[in-house]
Design a protein around this ligand. Structure first.
Ligand SMILES: [Zn+2]
Ligand SMILES: [Zn+2]
Length: 350
């Protein structure tokens, strides 16, 4: 089936046309994306806990590589720290560790510190103001600056439909980035509005994929009907589609999760082979859905997908029968509270 070329997708966060790369383009060169080229300078070996005044005294080369134009992550972070000290949001004795958490724009498990091109880093920082953030995005590699709100352990998003959402604050630039999700049955790219969607660092996500891989090997995904009950950006449901599910039902009460899921269905449609139909303008949805609303569906030769915005507890009345239901709540939430009595045997808590 000819699904046609993927049209340019504008970024839901900044409206730009360069934020959303196709998975085909990403997967084509992901192995070399962050590598040094033959002209790159050696690792600058800047120490994370050394006072920045010392680093400055000793000097470091912050010029981009003449061959590939990239700079080492530590050099980018040192430039960021220099700005933060200059504008008074970090003390003179701060070190690189105090800058914040760097997230690369296309997340992929790396065995080495990345070398970055422009707009390849989103910085999550504590104690930072908008004027400083606006200075920071003048560092070419920095694409966006997000202010962390609350404790680092507090998840971004909603815990339950009656809780106030917890979000970080996008201070400048754009917060859209993606993760390359890998499994034994293939790879997809999953985009996230990172100031509003739970941030998964390295370890969390592979263990979820191991659960899916086990289900796949046991024959629970191929040709099955799967419910991704707390879908977030759609990672688990889309991976089930990749694993050969014949129908996937996505649900989330958080509007941003639904918007991200639709983006991820659209962006991965050529890999999975279907066309997306959206039934409504998602900007009209409430931030937290209650009654499950059918927002979109996607259909291809061997797969049907439906996307619902609403409370998982209310989904039961309107969805067709299914084979397996994945439940992926925040670590702080007891998933048992959401398990419908009559489907115990088909629930998988991720
Ligand atoms: Zn953007
Ligand atoms: Zn280079």
């Amino acid at each position: 089936m000819d699904m046609g070329q993927l049209a340019m997708v504008s970024c839901p966060s900044c409206g730009g046309l360069e934020c959303i790369e196709t998975p085909e383009a990403i997967l084509d060169n992901i192995y070399s994306r962050y590598m040094a080229c033959e002209n790159c300078l050696p690792d600058p070996q800047l120490q994370k806990y050394l006072h920045f005044s010392k680093i400055k005294q000793e000097g470091y080369n912050n010029n981009p590589c003449v061959g590939c134009g990239k700079r080492h992550l530590d050099v980018v972070m040192a430039d960021a720290l220099s700005i933060m000290i200059e504008y008074g949001c970090r003390g003179k004795d701060s070190c690189l560790f105090d800058v914040g958490t760097p997230l690369i724009s296309v997340g992929y498990p790396l065995a080495f510190p990345p070398r970055l091109r422009s707009n390849e880093l989103i910085l999550i920082a504590d104690n930072i103001s908008r004027p400083v953030a606006e200075q920071l995005i003048r560092v070419p590699e920095i694409k966006g600056v997000i202010k962390r709100v609350g404790a680092p352990s507090q998840c971004v998003g909603i815990q339950d439909t009656d809780c106030k959402p917890h979000t970080y604050e996008l201070l400048s630039g754009c917060d859209i980035r993606c993760d390359v999700v890998t499994s034994s049955f293939g790879e997809l790219c999953i985009y996230k509005s990172q100031s509003k969607i739970h941030i998964e660092f390295g370890r969390a996500s592979p263990s979820k994929m191991q659960v899916l891989e086990r289900l796949y090997v046991q024959g629970h995904l191929m040709q099955r009907v799967v419910v991704d009950g707390f879908c977030g950006p759609g990672t688990l449901g889309l991976m089930c589609a990749l694993a050969g599910a014949k129908r996937v039902i996505f649900n989330d009460a958080w509007k941003t999760a639904i918007e991200n899921t639709l983006l991820n269905i659209e962006i991965n449609k050529n890999i999975l082979g279907f066309e997306l139909t959206t039934y409504m303008d998602t900007s009209t949805l409430p931030d937290i859905g209650e009654n499950a609303i059918h927002v979109a569906s996607a259909e291809g030769n061997s797969i049907v997908m439906d996307v619902f915005h609403g409370d998982f507890r209310k989904l039961k009345e309107i969805i067709p029968d299914f084979d397996i239901c994945l439940i992926d709540t925040f670590p702080s939430v007891d998933p048992a509270a959401f398990v419908w009595n009559d489907i115990n045997g088909r629930i998988v808590i991720i």
